[in-house]
Design a protein around this ligand. Structure first.
Ligand SMILES: Cc1cc2nc3c(=O)[nH]c(=O)nc-3n(C[C@H](O)[C@H](O)[C@H](O)COP(=O)(O)OP(=O)(O)OC[C@H]3O[C@@H](n4cnc5c(N)ncnc54)[C@H](O)[C@@H]3O)c2cc1C
Length: 412
């Protein structure tokens, strides 16, 4: 069986690596390099994540063994302890905010009391109309209004009242009343998988990407533009030239649907309703810091996050990435950055179209219709934009492991 994998990001590279042990696999990638969103680019010897800043860890044992046993040995990774902060009001507290009541109390006793009382008063009946209500019922009105709603309005560029809450599990620590109380009387922190994480010892994420791509057949500079099924040969034909028995898509779902010759009108229009945000980033030379990243909920300040990428490296260096949703020019971002004397000098700037899937009110209906159609057509789709999900790299790998098992089981 010959399999065509569309896209050489983390998802495409992972599934190709697994399936090539059993099948003839070819990856088609529009860019001259692999790695997709997770790739870095060299800026005067500094590995710049043009989108975000990628730390790796996972709660899934099979993902950890795939990465450490088959891709890049654990001895080739630095382990980094997360030290993330929130610029809250006019001071800094530790992330996550719900375990930082003592720190808030040192600055503002009334607010700390109100956050606490409202947390215990919150009535979580398990029914939520939207993301705004989810925050209120999980954390109480004060946490919702002082932090979660402003921060999330900023990073989604959308009103949480018009958003689904379905992406939050695994993305945020979600305390219950017991763990919140424990946080008040002890130094307990969250147990999210990224509370400690791994970064390649070369201080460059591309080391991981290149190890993942090693020995896989990848056709670079190959943009998939049309896909049709030939009933007589029972093969998928890509760009009228390449023939495959099976196709696994990892390219963005909205564009992928557009390449399918026979996708019905209702599926084409569902694909047009899919919403996503791009990001603009600047790499800065900065003052010294031991933080790994900083969240900035203040809606008057353009950037929503600093990723202190230099703290992922060993030895540490003074570089951070500032991130903002949407397209913003280097001039605008530089001017904003000058308000913060921590950011010394802009080194590089980048803008991307695809960074975050937006879980708006159409999300459920549109993604379900598209996925049902693809399943019926016998097409697999995988990955952050392939499944239109808020996946980290490890979840992309997990989904690749699970899908490859299904494909192998079906074949034998
Ligand atoms: C700001 C930000 C920060 C992040 N931070 C982290 C983090 O710290 N840790 C973590 O684990 N994850 C993080 N992630 C998530 C991580 O980047 C993704 O989960 C992962 O990289 C997605 O991989 P993918 O292969 O599914 O998609 P992509 O990387 O988008 O790969 C798709 C590939 O398809 C190619 N392609 C597109 N169209 C075509 C076409 N027509 N023909 C051929 N090829 C095509 C693209 O060039 C690309 O190479 C972050 C993401 C963002 C946006």
């Amino acid at each position: 069986m010959k399999i065509g994998v569309l896209g050489a990001g983390i998802s495409g590279l992972s599934i190709a690596k697994i399936l090539k042990k059993t099948f003839d696999v070819e990856v088609l990638e529009k860019n001259p390099v692999c790695g997709g969103i997770a790739r870095t680019t060299d800026v005067d010897g500094v590995a710049y994540h043009t989108i975000g800043g990628h730390c790796f860890n996972s709660k899934y044992e099979d993902v950890l063994s795939f990465v450490f046993d088959e891709v890049l040995p654990k001895s080739e990774w630095n382990k980094v302890i997360r030290k993330s902060k929130i610029k809250f009001q006019n001071y800094e507290i530790d992330y996550p905010i719900e375990f930082s009541i003592k720190q808030i109390y040192e600055h503002d006793k009334e607010l700390a009391q109100r956050l606490t009382i409202d947390f215990f008063k919150a009535d979580d009946n398990g029914k939520y109309e939207n993301l705004d209500e989810w925050f209120r019922k999980k954390f109480g009105n004060s946490f919702a209004e002082e932090y979660f709603i402003p921060y999330n309005s900023k990073i989604w560029n959308n009103d949480p009242k018009k958003m689904s809450y379905l992406w939050v599990e695994d993305k945020l620590p979600i305390p219950n009343k017991d763990s919140f109380f424990e946080g008040l009387i002890s130094n307990m922190r969250d147990k999210m998988s990224h509370s400690e994480f791994y970064y390649p010892k070369t201080n460059n994420q591309n080391t991981f990407i290149e190890a993942l791509a090693k020995d896989t057949a990848i056709k670079y500079n190959y943009k998939v533009e049309s896909i049709k099924y030939d009933n007589s040969s029972k093969k998928w034909i890509i760009n009228d030239t390449d023939h495959y028995d099976l196709i696994i898509n990892t390219t963005p779902l909205d564009q992928f649907i557009g390449t399918l010759a026979n996708a019905p009108e209702n599926i084409q229009s569902a694909a047009k309703k899919l919403k996503k945000n791009g990001v603009s980033n600047i790499l800065w030379k900065t003052k010294e810091t031991d933080k790994t990243w900083t969240y900035i909920p203040n809606q008057k300040y353009l950037f929503h996050r600093y990723i202190h990428i230099g703290s992922f490296w060993n030895p540490k260096q003074n570089y951070s990435i500032s991130e903002v949703i949407g397209q913003h020019s280097v001039e605008e971002m530089t001017k904003v950055g000058q308000q913060d004397d921590f950011l010394i000098e802009p080194i590089a700037h980048s803008v991307s179209d695809y960074a975050y899937v937006v879980f708006d009110e159409n999300y459920d209906v549109t993604t379900r219709a598209i996925k049902e159609y693809l399943e019926e057509a016998g097409l697999h789709t995988l990955g952050r934009f392939g499944e239109w999900q808020y996946y980290n790299m490890d979840v992309c790998i997990k989904k690749a492991i699970d899908l490859s098992k299904k494909i192998i089981e079906k074949q034998f």
